[in-house]
Design a binder for this molecule. Structure first.
Ligand code: ADP
Ligand code: SF4
Length: 674
């Protein structure tokens, strides 16, 4: 077994948090899984896997203290009544099995939840429109009786958390998603009584709840505060950095731990397109100077050197992680055993957050097993051994799906060959990682390649475009086709059932053309009927190369899917900064030399845009030719078995390709339906 690099010893020091002690400095902070309360076993398995992977603290997400608190339709765990204890307790028990501390983030979401499920009234310090989405309802302004009741709910939930055997109980005041933050921030608190107005009044409820919870459970449980020390929002110029510091100064020694970050979620969970590793440091670095209590913070930390630096420079006591623990549950154990080069580093794409926004089970681009720990019993490190390790399996295509299939098959012990037509491994990522802000996505390839190249049972062939005859000539026992997809050229897509007239003109390009380096110049229209990152990334690239770019989309807002990845506001700012003009709610009707005609979706009005070049970002075609040809050979008995995976089945996210590559490799020889 490898041993730990002594440079990283400091990360494995125990740290005391009030009455409990963490075995190391790796702290899986609370984050949502998108799993409703009907699937507690999935939550248990997810958290248990992180504890198994070596995290010293493993926390459960926002756990609602009362039915008036909810982000409906998003759902998660709750501790509304004693009847809930038995459902939540297995998470603490599962975490304890591996010697980790279990934390629970008790929360009331105040005016950010519409209370649909409860059918009561959402609560807030001052009557306000509910903030989540476009709910056209107001909150109820809490009176003194409501405030007293709220304090009781917190205490009752904390006592339940203690009964459920949690070690760390949170008081939640962060992300612009908390009733306590509603009270704290003058933007949302316009009260004139002793809970509003002055800073001392606005902090009063946080102070009271903290002291109530400490009195109730502080003998055995550590009490943590999760606090947004800074508010950053698109619509507001409000700067709470001063207030954030004052909160910590006022309550410095009261909680047993400070879990600090920047609100709102789009700034805390910043994607790699817009935020570097450790991006919160400028906002949280003061905290340890103000309190002697341990401090945890996040920053998409995947590098052990960056982690050590945080500790040594006195920024953090605990390395907090949400996404790095999703992408690699075994990150601490890998550092501990000298395998830090094998960390499956988060790429910062925020597909995990998007799944939560969709209220579907969490998934991860890098880690195909995330969210499948219970349902499919997939483990992030262990795979079932090959039924017959002498079997030769051929994977055709070296994109994310093919690489993942080869990796999982290689780990299972099969004799694997993987062939790629291009000069480089990575498929779509070879092209996409060179687009503005997407370089970090290259980790999907780099991680897999590094492992595959060390596997003696895996043979890798570049510059090898295989025909059906080539495949048969290799006499494989099983073939997995992973030939990917290409962007459509004719404009067909979600807004266009038929090709756009004129789409066959020479000045019309696809994303593949632009990424392959085909030259465009002058006035360029980039048309987005796809709604995710491609069109905005191309528009920014072309504008930065000196073109006059107009981004046109059929959607009512630019790149609308990036709302789910918490990037929308950042995307718009990046386009504006690059000088791109944005035209929303508009479809193309005809393409002519030098111009396109377009139509407003809602009004039907026609407009004309000058265009020396047009880039159509509509949808993709699966490349299934080889699969179809090989299927015939299977039916003729010339090939024993065949599967296909990834974009050649149906083009989708990289996360889907990786997940499906793993599925293809896991289901070979195993009866279980994956
Ligand atoms: P996915 O996301 O499903 O992995 P990609 O498009 O990223 O799909 O990757 C598919 C890869 O398959 C591309 O790199 C492409 O060059 C390769 N490919 C396509 N057809 C063949 C073939 N006949 N032989 C070998 N490689 C192929
Ligand atoms: Fe990181 Fe993307 Fe995985 Fe989320 S989905 S943990 S951002 S790699």
């Amino acid at each position: 077994m490898n041993s730990r690099d002594p440079r990283y010893d400091i990360l494995f020091e125990p740290v005391q948090i009030g009455p409990v002690t963490s075995k190391n400095r790796f702290y899986q902070t609370p984050y949502a899984l998108g799993i409703g309360p009907h699937r507690y076993q999935d939550m248990v398995a997810f958290r248990q896997t992180r504890a198994e992977g070596g995290w010293g603290v493993v926390c459960v997400e926002e756990t609602m203290i009362h039915p008036t608190s909810g982000h409906d339709p998003f759902q998660g765990p709750h501790l509304w009544s004693d009847a809930d204890i038995g459902r939540v307790a297995p998470m603490a028990e599962a975490v304890h099995k591996y010697g980790a501390l279990a934390g629970v983030e008790l929360a009331h979401v105040g005016s950010s939840g519409p209370c649909w499920e409860h059918r009561g009234y959402p609560l807030s310090p001052t009557a306000n429109p509910v903030r989540l989405h476009d709910n056209p309802i107001m909150t109820k302004q809490m009176d003194k009786r409501d405030i007293a009741q709220f304090r009781r709910w917190y205490v009752d939930a904390a006592l339940r958390a203690k009964k459920a055997d949690f070690d760390i109980v949170y008081v939640y005041c962060a992300h612009d998603l908390s009733l306590l933050q509603d009270f704290l921030v003058s933007r949302t608190n316009k009260r004139t009584d002793d809970y509003g107005g002055s800073f001392q009044n606005r902090i009063r409820l946080l102070r009271e709840v903290l002291s109530d919870v400490k009195d109730a459970v502080g003998d055995r449980c550590a009490v943590a505060v999760r606090l947004a020390v800074e508010e950053r929002r698109w619509k507001s110029s409000l700067n709470t950095r001063e207030d954030g510091r004052r909160v910590i100064e006022e309550l410095a020694e009261v909680p047993d731990l400070w879990d600090v970050n920047v609100s709102d979620w789009a700034w805390d969970t910043g994607s790699s397109r817009f935020f570097e590793e450790g991006h919160q440091e400028p906002f949280i670095s003061f905290v340890k100077q103000v309190t002697s209590k341990p401090v945890v913070g996040v920053g998409r930390f995947t590098s052990p050197d960056a982690m050590v630096s945080q500790v040594k420079r006195g920024i953090l006591d605990f390395i907090g992680a949400a996404r790095p623990s999703i992408a690699d549950p075994f990150l601490p154990n890998k550092i501990d055993t000298g395998l830090h080069d094998d960390i499956r580093e988060c790429i910062g794409c925020n597909v995990c957050a998007a799944e939560v926004m969709n209220q579907t089970t969490i998934r991860c681009t890098q880690n195909p097993t995330a969210g499948e720990e219970f349902r499919l019993q997939w483990h992030p490190e262990r795979v079932p051994p090959a039924g017959d390790p002498t079997r030769n399996i051929l994977v055709v295509g070296g994109g994310p799906a093919g690489l993942q299939a080869a990796l999982t098959l290689g780990k299972r012990g099969y004799q694997v060959s993987i062939a790629e037509a291009g000069e480089n491994w990575g498929g779509r990522i070879v092209r996409e990682r060179s687009l503005p802000r997407l370089a970090t996505w290259g980790r999907v390839v780099d991680y897999r390649l590094a492992l595959l190249q060390r596997m003696p049972n895996v043979q890798m062939y570049l510059a090898s475009r295989l025909s059906a005859e080539d495949v048969l000539g290799m006499e494989p026992d099983h073939v997995i086709v992973a030939t990917g997809s290409s962007w459509r050229r004719d404009g067909t897509g979600r807004s266009h059932d038929e090709p756009i007239p004129g789409a066959d003109a020479a000045h019309v390009f696809t994303p593949d053309d632009i990424m392959a380096g085909k030259p465009v110049s002058g006035k360029v229209v980039v048309y987005d009927d796809d709604y995710y990152y491609m069109a905005s990334a191309l528009a920014e690239k072309l504008a930065r190369e000196g073109n006059t770019v107009t981004y046109v989309t059929s959607a009512s807002e630019p790149a609308p899917w990036t709302f789910k990845t918490l990037e929308l506001g950042h995307v718009v700012q990046a386009l504006l900064a690059a000088g791109v003009e944005i035209v929303t709610g508009t479809t193309l009707t005809a393409i002519e030399p030098g111009r396109v005609t377009a139509q407003r979706v809602l009004t039907g009005h026609s407009i004309t845009l000058d265009a020396d070049a047009l880039v159509l970002v509509t949808c993709q075609n699966a490349d299934e030719t080889l699969y179809r040809e090989l299927l015939e050979r299977v039916e003729e008995g010339q090939l024993p078995s065949l599967d296909r995976t990834g974009d050649c089945v149906a083009p989708a996210f990289i996360a889907q390709a990786v997940r499906d590559g793993h599925r293809a490799a896991m289901s070979y020889d195993l009866p279980k339906d994956q």
